[in-house]
Design a protein around this ligand. Structure first.
Ligand code: CDP
Length: 207
């Protein structure tokens, strides 16, 4: 089982998908679960400041991973808030652990895969990049979807999300002691993927 964690827009999703393809494993983007809770809440007009309402939005969670709305900025912000609630995290735990524990293995990406969901993962990667680089990438991603944003706003949002994700008391974003660090700041997508594959193969060979 391969755990891939890291902050917003660090490239962990791209790397996790590429690893899944390379090693022929199923992949789960766990951020989508939190985004789905956020989208539910938003559609109902629920209050993200209420843990009770956020938990209701996590009940019987079904969603379409291709729903474009999951990746919009308002939903990203709400996802970051609701993911700080212990009850919401608990509600999503089993689904992730079942996926991680399936025979044959899996790749999961998120914030707490190597620390909480699968502390015994064979390989853990912690993907990161400088905030400015991540803001640049997120801006391009949004522009490709026809959304125009200012660099300063995107950077401020990245900083705010880093702060919230790493200071929350439950399952904060942090590198597991046995995770391999992959800084993608100066790497192209192809280079980052090649480096991730190399790190995973090296770790598997050691095991
Ligand atoms: O890639 P990006 O950070 O934009 O988003 P994401 O990975 O889809 O995660 C959305 C939000 O869900 C993040 O702000 C995290 O706070 C939260 N999340 C989490 O708490 N735990 C996870 N395993 C995955 C995401």
């Amino acid at each position: 089982m391969i755990a891939v964690d890291g902050p917003a827009a660090c490239g962990k999703g791209t790397i996790a998908r590429a690893l899944a393809k390379y090693f022929d494993l199923p992949h789960m983007d766990t951020g989508l679960l939190y985004r789905a809770v956020a989208l539910n809440l938003w559609r109902w007009g629920g209050d993200p400041a209420s843990e009770f309402e956020a938990l209701r939005a996590a009940d019987d969670l079904g969603f379409d991973p291709d729903d474009e709305e999951l990746r919009t900025e308002p939903v990203s912000k709400i996802a970051s808030s609701v993911s700080a609630y212990p009850s919401v995290r608990a509600a999503l735990l089993k689904r992730q652990q079942d996926f991680a524990g399936q025979p044959g293995g899996a790749v999961l990406d998120g914030r707490d895969i190597g620390t909480v969901i699968a502390p015994n993962a064979e390989v853990k990667l912690f993907v990161t990049a400088e905030a400015e680089v991540r803001a640049e990438r997120r801006m391009k991603e949004l522009q490709n979807r026809g959304i125009n944003v200012h660099f300063d706003d995107v950077l401020a949002d990245i900083h705010a999300r880093d702060e919230r994700d790493s200071t929350r008391p439950v399952a904060p974003l942090r590198q597991a002691p046995d995770a391999l660090l992959l800084d993608t700041s100066k790497l192209t997508v192809e280079q980052a993927i090649a480096e991730a594959v190399r790190l995973v193969e090296e770790r598997l060979a050691d095991a």
